[in-house]
Write a protein that binds this ligand. Structure first.
Ligand code: ACM
Length: 502
């Protein structure tokens, strides 16, 4: 096992400590060899506020960044870091790997290096070491629901920074739901005029475009989600004709749960899906586009003459088949535009073949999807839904009612469980945390719920999740970093380490 004394989270695959330290001082420069400039700039951007060091780029710099496509053992996201007393060498096969290596270098410095303002009197040194670090899973993410409660883009940037610190590389933005629509769409301005009203507001296109770039600079891809054909009440409040009963007037929903108003399956509704996704693709360059798909009651389709005509015209078995029919068309549209459709699976067998699926209910649904050849992202609610409270302690701040998800459970949930065979496991792209925000009105509450459980998910997704004791030790050290960043910490009275230890 790599040493825990450095408190790296996520833990590295292999790390050997050496004698001595390398000191960053006012003379330290970065040598950015071709292609490594973004990582060099990130290193400077991250270290400058606290250290005040200039860290210029210079050909004779002693902090050397290098890209070498022949380092195939590092994959697309791994990196190698060698620190000696007189030089630092960070290498990777791809730029993403360098960005993760920068975060390691940042964590190796004293926690004060994460301060927002200048810190004086701290020697900015890192221990000499050799590490080769490669993630176990390619998809390591977090979903943030900005539909139920809107969060300003300043919080999204901070959240992105926190993901990057933990080498998480996907920010999945849940932009639309029954309770709100947060992304402006030029062709349908009322979506945000009407759908953005309750619980907050909406982003501008510029804010989202800038967020995508900000995240990319940190190795994080923003994956947008536009829900359909269920969870669309905010859109139907704005454009009633997109529903199944065009004369009906609806309000944006102010309750929680599953709403039985769903999208129509007529041509206007299909045009709407395609037009919205067209604009989404203009703003978000991500390979994957999430189109929801979960929790779609079919009651309205059973009583809508237009929907029943669609069933007959398409030769479908019944109104229940309309969800798959619509998702198929939406998936094809995305594929034709060079993207990959992504959706929530309710049962493991309910999305078209072209879809990558997020298994949100139980692990077994992920297994069912893997067996039929879907690439799978594991998001089982009992271990990755961080909107549930962290414990059953009576003083635990509230979250989604129902049950609690504690730190050891998050840590112990293997995205590709040991009882899956090699072929099934190979379908698993990775895992992500979910923060639904029905019960999360403020940024502080969001951060309270997310941490430290996100650290556990990041550790398991990156380095395997089989080092609970080591993780606990590393996390104790890592908490000083989170404190420095102002992340709210759990009161010690709420800790139940004995009960939780495995
Ligand atoms: C979900 O929680 N309905 C994806």
């Amino acid at each position: 096992m790599p040493p825990t004394s450095l408190g790296l989270v996520p833990g590295p695959l292999r790390l050997h400590l050496r004698r001595g330290r390398f000191t960053f001082d006012s003379a330290t420069a970065i040598r950015a060899t071709p292609g490594t400039e973004p990582a060099a700039l990130l290193l400077r951007t991250l270290l400058a506020p606290a250290t005040g060091l200039p860290l210029p780029l210079a050909d004779d710099g002693r902090v050397v960044l290098a890209l070498d496509p022949d380092l195939t053992g590092l994959g697309t996201q791994g990196y190698g870091l060698t620190v000696s007393e007189d030089a630092v060498l960070l290498r990777a096969a791809r730029p993403e790997g360098l960005l993760h290596g920068v975060q390691t270098l940042r964590q190796l410095l004293p926690p004060a290096a994460l301060s927002a303002g200048p810190v004086h009197g701290t020697p900015w040194s890192v221990p000499c070491l050799e590490t080769t670090d490669v993630p176990r899973f390619a998809w390591r993410g977090a979903m943030l629901d900005v539909a139920r409660h809107f969060q300003p883009v300043s919080f999204l940037r901070r959240f992105t920074d926190l993901l990057a610190l933990h080498k998480l590389n996907v920010l999945h933005l849940h932009l639309t739901d029954d309770q709100g629509w947060r992304m402006p769409v030029r062709a349908y301005p009322r979506l945000t005029e009407v759908g953005g009203l309750p619980h907050g507001g909406a982003y501008t296109r510029r804010e989202l475009t800038d967020l995508v770039a900000y995240a990319a600079d940190r190795g994080v891809t923003v994956v947008p989600e536009i829900e359909m054909p269920g969870h669309v009440r905010a859109a139907l409040a704005a454009y009633p004709h997109l529903g199944n009963f065009p004369d009906r007037r609806l309000e944006v929903w102010d309750r929680h749960g599953v709403c039985d108003t769903v999208l129509g399956v007529h041509d206007d509704a299909l045009d709407f899906c395609r037009t919205v996704l067209g604009e989404v693709m203009e703003v978000f360059p991500s390979e994957y586009i999430h189109v929801g798909g979960d929790e779609c009651p079919t009651d309205e389709w059973h009583s809508s003459p237009t929907a029943l005509r669609r069933v007959a015209d398409e030769g479908l078995a019944g109104p229940e088949a309309l969800r798959g029919w619509l998702m198929e068309r939406v998936g094809t549209f995305l594929t034709e535009h060079g993207r990959r459709p992504l959706g929530w699976t309710d049962h493991g067998d309910d999305l078209p073949e072209s879809f990558t699926v997020m298994a949100w209910r139980d692990q077994e649904h992920g297994l069912a999807a893997a067996r039929t050849g879907h690439p799978v992202i594991m998001a089982p609610h009992r271990s990755t839904y961080l909107d549930y409270p962290q414990s059953t302690h009576p003083q635990e701040p509230p979250g989604q009612p129902g049950f609690s998800v504690d730190l050891p459970t998050v840590y112990a949930t293997d995205p590709a469980p040991a009882h899956w065979d090699a072929k099934e496991s190979a379908q698993v792209l990775g895992t992500q945390a979910q923060l639904w925000t029905e019960y999360v009105p403020t940024a502080a509450h969001a951060e309270y719920l997310v941490f430290p459980r996100l650290c556990a998910l990041a550790d398991t997704a990156w380095s395997g999740g089989n080092d609970w004791d080591g993780f606990r030790t590393r996390l104790d050290h890592h908490r000083t970093r989170l404190d420095t960043l102002g992340v709210p910490s759990r009161p010690s009275t709420l800790h139940h380490p004995e009960r939780n230890s495995r």
